[in-house]
Structure formats: structure tokens, C-alpha cells
Design a protein around this ligand. Structure first.
Ligand SMILES: *Cc1c(COP(=O)(O)O)cnc(C)c1O
Length: 476
């Protein structure tokens, strides 16, 4: 008996049967490859391929059918295609989490894509005042829109919300104290922890109250000449329920005003519009925080707002000016690509009633479950055919999440496919999950409770045919 892959001794090619690099490179089949990919990449890929053939020959498992020039050229071409494939690739997000941080959060509208393409290919007035012909400030590109949409006096933009909070604390509270409720000392995604950011910014955290209850007098007692800020943090990814008490923003603002201490809010996702008008769960709006008297509000541009990755800070003109003058601002500033995309997305907010049609994030969040249900009915037979007897596929209601820490408790009714391994077939859900990830456009689902869940909320109509074509190629 020979080992699997072993060939009969007379069948297996020997190392000496393999053509040399030089001979192959001058063969016609390779001339075309060199023309298309360049001599160096072709030579590197060819050497690698010949090494693998030599190893097979030594192991007695080299099929003679893999020796002709044309076959070697095809194998080298496949290697080149593999190398040329971008590391950052489109995937199908069937996790059920719309704003998935690991999958790039918000998808941007066409308007933003066009604006970015333009900013990439033509010079732009990034820091150039077209009225005076003098040097300008890049913040002004979106400051007007941000003030219009939030009611704030001034605005600035940095790389992300974590950077926004770092800048706020570093510029306004270094070597001084910041008072925060113990119920709001958040950790987001494992790497954003408020006490750590506070330390890095050189500010001293003064924790007040308890995990479940903090009162106005807790803040009042902690105020001193060293207090730089009173800070509220939106508890984005958890909810404290039961016997609880928190100090509302207006009360904190009153306390701050009485002592001449600014009140800053990390709103996390925040929203520029009231989401309940689309029957989505309530999320605090930036405008409400500004109207309640917050002196500074920090929030993300790529969470519920549906824009590019950025951190937005809006509030009192004098405070924003101090942020702008801080050297940290220069280190945390955003590129023209971000500003181009952000301006295009913010402009859509001027017509809020059109947002579900124009802004992908809102379109996905407001998709009627009936749509996902009919998709599931169409896709189930395809998946059953591709997977065979070894798996059971059911179409079933499920619950999507908004994600990125927004609205952690509420879930959105959705529909999708649930795949389970049939008994006694040796089928493995882990292997199927890996096969889906290995497709040309990887399919990312969610493995839980011995079930692979494919939530169809983020599979829009335009992508369904591409998804179906791939499922037919599946080889679990
Ligand atoms: C998400 C979040 C952050 C971090 O924002 P990024 O844009 O991811 O840097 C900070 N604070 C709160 C409350 C958040 O929800």
C-alpha cells in the first residue's frame, strides 16, 4: 500500500525531469507572463513553483502531467494572481452587526466616494482660503456644516473619537482634575479605556459616586480649584439597570456654570438626527447635548453618523480654539480624503427625511424584515444544494445589532439562514465557516450555539447575485 498522494515509482517524475528556470523563462508561454507582470515577479514565482515540484519529486509524488511548459506557466500565473490580491478586500458582512468595527464600520454613500476620488486626483483648497488667497485652516471645510447640524458655535475634526477625547483632555485638563461618575468609566473594544486615556493625557481622574448611583452632590463635593472639567461619558456598550441614578446633563451644566468649570461629553456614537422617527431605538443627539449646555461634545463620524473614520468635537468657540492650538491636534489631524467624505456625508443631513434612501448606514438599519425574509427563501435552496446532506439549512427570524457600541440593548428584527451540521455525517460547522471565509469575496457569519448564523440584513439586493454565484462554488 502506498501513502495517499504517492505515485507508482514509474509514474512519479524525478527532479531531473523538471525544466530549468532559464529554459522556462525563454519559452513562449512565459513571454506573455513577463509582458504582463514583469520579469522579477515571474522569476520569483517560477522559482517557488519549481521548488515545490522538486519536493514532490523527492517524495515520489510528482505527477508527470504537471511538467509541460504550459502547465507550469498556468501554475505560475495562479501564484502571481494570489500575490497580487489585495490584503484589504471586500467581504460579505452577514454577522448581523451593521456597524462592525472589524469589518470597517459605516459604508459610505456615492456622494462621498465621488468627493474622495476628486480630492485624490485634483489639487484642492485643503488649507487655502479662496476668498483672501491666504493660508486657511482645514477644519473650516466642515465646521459650518457641523455647527448648522448641531447648533454649536465651533467644531474641529481629528482621526477618531478616541483621539477627540485624548485631545480634549490633553488640551484642557493636563496636570489638573476631571470628575467622572464611576458608572461611566467605560472600556470600548478592549483598547479604549477612559482611565487609560485620562492618564495618557496627563489629567487626573476623580471618580465619584458608585457603579449604579451617582448624585449631583457627588460631583459638587469633588469640585476644587484643581478641577478642569466635569465629564459625562455615554455608556455605549452596556446598560446599568435596576436601582440606578445618574446626573442628567442639564444638572451637571448648572453645577459647572456655578463654578466656572466646563462640562464635556463623550457621546460615543451620538447621532445628528432623532432615530425614533424611523422606529429605531432612541440614541442621544449631539444637538440635544449642545442645547442642554454642554461646553464640548465628542463623537464618532463612522458609527451611527454613517461617515468616514473621524472624531468630531463641537462646542464653545474659545474651547475649540484651545484644542486647535494644541500640538496634539497637529498629530491627530485628518487627511483631505476624510474631509472630502465627511463633508459629502454631512451635507446629506440637510435633508433628514431622505437619509434612509441616501445614507447606507440608515438604509441598512431601516431595511424591512420582510425583504430579508424573501431573500432567505430565495437563497435557502441554493445553500442546501451546495452543502448537500451533511448540513441542515433553515430560514429563520433573527436579531441584528447596530454595533460599534451604539444602542447595546436594543436589537433589530431581521431574517436569515441558520446552518447546523446534520447528525452522524462528520460535517463540521467550523470547516464550513472557514470555507465561507476562503471564498473570493469572503462570507463572514456568526458561529454560536452550534449554529452558523447568516443574517441577511447587510446583503443588499445589488449583491445578492454575486453572493449566490459564490455559494455555488462552495466546497465545504
Ligand atoms: C466608540 C466610542 C469611543 C471610541 O470612538 P472611536 O471613533 O472608535 O475612536 C469612545 N467613547 C465612546 C463612548 C464610544 O462609544
Amino acid at each position: 500500500m502506498s501513502a495517499p498522494g504517492m505515485l507508482d515509482e514509474r509514474e512519479s517524475g524525478r527532479p531531473s525531469d523538471i525544466a530549468s528556470v532559464d529554459r522556462l523563462l525563454s519559452a513562449p508561454a512565459f513571454a506573455a507572463l513577463i509582458e504582463r507582470h514583469g520579469r522579477t515577479p515571474v522569476t520569483v514565482a517560477l522559482r517557488e513553483h519549481l521548488t515545490s515540484l522538486r519536493h514532490a519529486a523527492l517524495a515520489g509524488s510528482l505527477a508527470r502531467s504537471s511538467l509541460p511548459e504550459a502547465v507550469i506557466a498556468a501554475a505560475v500565473e495562479a501564484r502571481l494572481a494570489e500575490t497580487a490580491r489585495a490584503a484589504l478586500r471586500p467581504v460579505f458582512n452577514l454577522t448581523g452587526t451593521v456597524l462592525h468595527t472589524n469589518l470597517g464600520r459605516a459604508l459610505l454613500p456615492e456622494e462621498a466616494v465621488r468627493a474622495v476620488a476628486q480630492a485624490l486626483t485634483a489639487p484642492v483648497n485643503l488649507e487655502f482660503d479662496l476668498d483672501s488667497g491666504e493660508r486657511g485652516e482645514r477644519d473650516t471645510i466642515v465646521e459650518g456644516l457641523l455647527c448648522e447640524l448641531t447648533g454649536a458655535q465651533a467644531a474641529t475634526v481629528v482621526n477618531n473619537n478616541a483621539a477627540g477625547v485624548l485631545l480634549m483632555l490633553g488640551a484642557l485638563a493636563a496636570r489638573r482634575e476631571v470628575i467622572v461618575s464611576r458608572g461611566e468609566l467605560i472600556e470600548i473594544g478592549g483598547s479604549f479605556r477612559l482611565p487609560d486615556i485620562m492618564r495618557r493625557a496627563g489629567a487626573k481622574l476623580i471618580e465619584v459616586g458608585t457603579t449604579n448611583r451617582t448624585h449631583g452632590y457627588d460631583y459638587a463635593q469633588a469640585l476644587s480649584a484643581r478641577t478642569a472639567l466635569l465629564m459625562k461619558v455615554h455608556t455605549s456598550n452596556y446598560a446599568i439597570s435596576g436601582f440606578t441614578s445618574a446626573v442628567a446633563l442639564p444638572e451637571l451644566v448648572e453645577l459647572g456654570r456655578g463654578h466656572g468649570v466646563p462640562v464635556a461629553v463623550d457621546l460615543g456614537s451620538g447621532s445628528l438626527v432623532d432615530l425614533t422617527r424611523w422606529q429605531l431605538p432612541a440614541e442621544p443627539t449631539v444637538r440635544d447635548a449642545v442645547a442642554a449646555g454642554a461646553d464640548l461634545v465628542a463623537f464618532s463620524a463612522d458609527k451611527l453618523l454613517g461617515g468616514p473614520q473621524a472624531g468630531l468635537l463641537v462646542g464653545r468657540g474659545d474651547l475649540i480654539k484651545r484644542l486647535r492650538l494644541d500640538p496634539l491636534k497637529r498629530a491627530l489631524r485628518v487627511s483631505k480624503l476624510t474631509l472630502a467624505a465627511l463633508e459629502a456625508v454631512l451635507a446629506l443631513y440637510r435633508a433628514p427625511e431622505l437619509l434612509p434612501a441616501r445614507l447606507p448606514t440608515l438604509r441598512l438599519l431601516t431595511r424591512p424584515p420582510l425583504e430579508m425574509r424573501s431573500q432567505a427563501a430565495r437563497l435557502r435552496p441554493l445553500l442546501e444544494r451546495a452543502l448537500g446532506e451533511a448540513y441542515e439549512v433553515t430560514d429563520t427570524p433573527m436579531r441584528s445589532q447596530i454595533g460599534s457600541g451604539a444602542l447595546p440593548v436594543d436589537e433589530l428584527p431581521s431574517h436569515g439562514l441558520a446552518i447546523r451540521a446534520a447528525r452522524r455525517t462528520g460535517a463540521s460547522l467550523e470547516r464550513l465557516e472557514a470555507a465561507l471565509r476562503a471564498l473570493p469575496r469572503p462570507v463572514i457569519g456568526r458561529l454560536a450555539e452550534k449554529t452558523l448564523w447568516l443574517d441577511l440584513r447587510c446583503l443588499e439586493a445589488g449583491d445578492e447575485a454575486a453572493f449566490a454565484a459564490q455559494i455555488a462554488m462552495l466546497n465545504p
